[in-house]
Design a protein around this ligand. Structure first.
Ligand SMILES: [Zn+2]
Ligand SMILES: [Zn+2]
Length: 455
C-alpha cells in the first residue's frame, strides 16, 4: 500500500507502526514504536506488555506528582506480577527542569541489569527518559499522565543545555500507554495545554508550505494531513474536551501522538512545530533566566498561535516594497545583530551565536536570493496566508476552551511578548513566517501589530 491523501485519514494509529510505509511523496516513512494503546484502563496492560517484551528489571521514573497519579498504580501492578523494579521519583519544587542535572540524576539510577525504563509522566519526564533510553540503549515504555504535549511519539527531546533550549536525539518509547481514565483526570491546564499544542499546528503547517516555496524544502502533503486531521478532530469537540469526555480526551491524546508520528515520518518537526513554537521557546527561556516558574509548553504555544495567525492575516494586507527589502538586506549589520541577540537572549546568546556561524543564517547573498524567490512566488504565498485561519478564529477556539489568550494573563509582560515575536526566528535555523517577514523587512512592524492584538 502506498500512503496517499485519501487513505491516510482512515488509518488506525497502530497501522502507522511496525513496517516502513511507501508514500506518494516518494520518501518511505516509518516510526520505531511497537505499540500505542489509548483506552480506558490501559495501565493494567503494562505488566503483560513488559513480559511480552521479555523485560525483567524495570526502572520506574516519575515525579512526586505523577507518582501519586499513576506511579503507585504501576508499582502495584508490577509487584503483583512479580516483575523486579526500582522506583525513582524526582523530587523537585515546582516544575522539573530537563537540564544537565536532571539527566545526571536519572543516569545515576540505572542499574547494571536495568532492561526497561517505565516513565510515568508527560513533558519533561518523557524528554529526560527518551534521551537516557537512547544514551544507555535500554528501551522505554511511557504511561502518559496528561494529554498535554505532542512529544510522546517523537525521537527528539527538548532539553535545556548550557541554558539554551535544545533539541537532542533520543529514542522513541517502544510503547505508549494512554489510559483515558488517568488522562481525563489531568489538571485542566494540562489538558488545555495539549489543545494549545494542537492549535499550534496551523501555523506550523503553513510555515512548512512557505519554506517549500522559498527554500525548496522537502514537503509531504500526506504527512501534513496527519497533523491537519488531528487539529480538526480536536477543534470540533472543544466542548467535550472541557467536559473531560472519554472520546474527546482519547481524540486529543491520539491527535498529539499522531502529530508525533508525523514528525517521525519526515524526520523533522515540520508537521508539528513552526514559528509559534519558536516564540514559545523564547518566552520559556525568558522565564527560566528570570527564575520564574515555567509555564506549560502548550499553554504558550496556544497563545503564540493567536499571534502567528495574526501575522498570516496581516501579510496580505501589508504593502511589500521588494526594493527596500533588498537594500535592508544589503545594509545588514552583523555587529548590531550580535549585540541584539546578546541583549535579548542573555545566557542563551552564546549558543545562538555559535549556531549562526554554523548555519550561515546571516548570509546577505542568500537573503537577497530568497527575496527574489518570494517575489516570484508572491501569489502562491498569498494564497497560503489567505487560507490560514484568521486570528479571530484561533482566538475564539482558545477562548471557547477557556485557555489563556493574552500573554499577560500568565505573567508574560508586553515587552517579552513582543521581543519573542521579533527575536524567535533566531532560536532555530528553520524558515518560518517570521523569517519571511524579516526578509521582507516588515517583521518589526507586523510583530508589533500582532502582539498588540493580544495585549
Ligand atoms: Zn510522504
Ligand atoms: Zn509542541
Amino acid at each position: 500500500m502506498v500512503l496517499n491523501l485519501e487513505n491516510v485519514g482512515k488509518m488506525k494509529i497502530n497501522e502507522f507502526l511496525g513496517s516502513t510505509l511507501e508514500c506518494q511523496c516518494g520518501k518511505p516513512h516509518s516510526v520505531n514504536i511497537d505499540k500505542i494503546i489509548v483506552e480506558n484502563g490501559a495501565v493494567n496492560k503494562v505488566p503483560g506488555i513488559l513480559q511480552e517484551m521479555g523485560r525483567k528489571n524495570a526502572l520506574v521514573v516519575a515525579d512526586s506528582h505523577t507518582f501519586e497519579v499513576a506511579g503507585k498504580k504501576v508499582v502495584e501492578l508490577l509487584t503483583a506480577s512479580n516483575i523486579k523494579h526500582k522506583v525513582y521519583v524526582y523530587q523537585s519544587e515546582g516544575h522539573l527542569v530537563p537540564d544537565e542535572q536532571a539527566v545526571g540524576k536519572l543516569v545515576l539510577q540505572v542499574e547494571k541489569d536495568t532492561d526497561v525504563i517505565v516513565t510515568v509522566g508527560s513533558g519533561s519526564l518523557n524528554d529526560l527518559v527518551k534521551f537516557v533510553s537512547w544514551l544507555i540503549k535500554v528501551p522505554s515504555l511511557v504511561v502518559a499522565t496528561a494529554p498535554s504535549m505532542d512529544g510522546y511519539a517523537s525521537d527528539t527531546s527538548a532539553l535545556i543545555i548550557d541554558n539554551l533550549k535544545t533539541s537532542v536525539t533520543s529514542d522513541y518509547p517502544k510503547i505508549i500507554i494512554g489510559d483515558v481514565d488517568i488522562l481525563k483526570q489531568a489538571p485542566m491546564t494540562m489538558i488545555l495545554a495539549g489543545l494549545g499544542d494542537i492549535i499550534g499546528k496551523y501555523s506550523a503547517l503553513n510555515d512548512w508550505l512557505i519554506s517549500e516555496i522559498v527554500n525548496d524544502e522537502y514537503h509531504c502533503s500526506v504527512t501534513a494531513k496527519i497533523s491537519s486531521d488531528a487539529i480538526e478532530k480536536c477543534v470540533t469537540n472543544i466542548e467535550g474536551i472541557k467536559k473531560r469526555e472519554d472520546k474527546a480526551i482519547k481524540d486529543l491524546m491520539e491527535g498529539l501522538v499522531r502529530t508525533g508520528i508525523a514528525m517521525s515520518f519526515v524526520g523533522n518537526s515540520r508537521p508539528a512545530s513552526g514559528c509559534e513554537h519558536h516564540i514559545s521557546h523564547f518566552w520559556e527561556m525568558a522565564f527560566l533566566f528570570a527564575g520564574k516558574e515555567a509555564l506549560l509548553h502548550g499553554t504558550k504555544v496556544g497563545m503564540s498561535s493567536v499571534i502567528t495567525a495574526k501575522l498570516y492575516e496581516l501579510l496580505p494586507e501589508t504593502k511589500v516594497d521588494f526594493d527596500k527589502a533588498v537594500s535592508v538586506a544589503r545594509a545588514f549589520d552583523e555587529k548590531a545583530w550580535r549585540e541584539k541577540v546578546i541583549a535579548m537572549y542573555g545566557k542563551a546568546a552564546p549558543g545562538i551565536l555559535k549556531l549562526s556561524e554554523k548555519d550561515g543564517r546571516n548570509s546577505i547573498e542568500k537573503r537577497i536570493a530568497r527575496i527574489s524567490k518570494i517575489k516570484e512566488n508572491y501569489d502562491a504565498i498569498m494564497n497560503i496566508a489567505k487560507a490560514a485561519p484568521s486570528a479571530a478564529r484561533v482566538r475564539a477556539l482558545m477562548e471557547e476552551a477557556g485557555a489563556p489568550v493574552r500573554p499577560k494573563e500568565v505573567g508574560i509582560d508586553d515587552a517579552t511578548a513582543l521581543n519573542g515575536v521579533i527575536m524567535a526566528k533566531e532560536v532555530r535555523p528553520r524558515y518560518s513566517m517570521l523569517n519571511l517577514l524579516s526578509d521582507l523587512a516588515i517583521l518589526e512592524e507586523l510583530a508589533k501589530k500582532a502582539s498588540d492584538y493580544v495585549k
